[in-house]
Design a protein around this ligand. Structure first.
Ligand code: ADP
Ligand code: 5GP
Length: 206
């Protein structure tokens, strides 16, 4: 049977204060949800334990990142905690034009920029159950020193203040429940009439 894909895929942007559990949730979604791609960002920050080059990030030297900026190879890029992060144009273009959806893991600056360029993008913000629990999760991940954790806690409060600009808010208390909610958003957005009607037209000639 011919599989009908929508003409254009949809962008899903996920933002969360560092340590909330965003990477963990994205890993679950990437395994579980069919037909969704993941844009592997470029970054100048060093890999954390367990992170794989080309899977979680493309880890590049600052010099190479700067060359890519000059060559307009990023849809958006930002400085986060003194490191550069960027979304390559190539992954966004190729995925969307093939009709596949694409998941982007971005900070608030990146999410705003994507919304400007792609107003139909769905923005999802993930929150920790409390600041105390966020602090515990950051400590457990323990890839950073205490000063860094303090900085991330400060930034978390600033970011949470802006969560109202997002389309959906997910609280990551129970991990499975949070991942199920993100999945439900993706599934529901795919069934929106404005998105699905072109397929219905093609099948039923209405
Ligand atoms: P982020 O990508 O948002 O910075 P991570 O996915 O690296 O965060 O998660 C930070 C830490 O919190 C990890 O040790 C992860 O295993 C843990 N974690 C994530 N979600 C939950 C949850 N719902 N309950 C308890 N621990 C969690
Ligand atoms: P981390 O170093 O903890 O993986 O990510 C730090 C922050 O950078 C997170 O808020 C993450 O969402 C954000 N980030 C990751 N990739 C990109 C990107 O390509 N662009 C932007 N703007 N932010 C990114």
């Amino acid at each position: 049977m011919k599989v009908l894909l929508p003409k254009e895929g949809k962008l899903f942007v996920i933002t969360a204060p560092s340590g909330t559990g965003k990477t963990t949730i994205i890993d679950i979604i990437r395994k579980k949800v069919e037909g969704i791609g993941y844009s592997v960002s470029h970054t100048t920050r060093p890999p954390r334990r367990g992170e794989v080059n080309g899977v979680h990030y493309c880890f590049v030297a600052r010099e190479d990142f700067e060359k890519m900026i000059e060559a307009h190879e990023f849809v958006e890029w930002a400085i986060v905690y003194d490191h550069l992060y960027g979304t390559p144009v190539s992954s966004v273009e190729s995925t969307l034009s093939s009709g596949r959806d694409l998941l982007l893991d971005l900070d608030i600056q990146g999410a705003q920029e994507i919304k400007k360029q792609f107003p139909e993008a769905t923005l999802i913000f993930i929150l920790p159950p409390s600041l105390k629990i966020l602090h515990e999760r950051l400590k457990r991940r323990s890839a950073q020193d205490d000063t860094n954790i303090a900085l991330r806690m400060e930034k978390a409060v600033e970011e949470i203040r802006k969560c109202r600009d997002y389309d959906f808010l997910i609280i990551n208390d129970d991990l499975k429940k949070a991942a199920r909610e993100v999945e439900a958003i993706i599934v529901a957005q795919r069934a929106l009439t404005e998105r699905r009607f072109p397929l219905v037209q093609e099948i039923f000639h209405v």
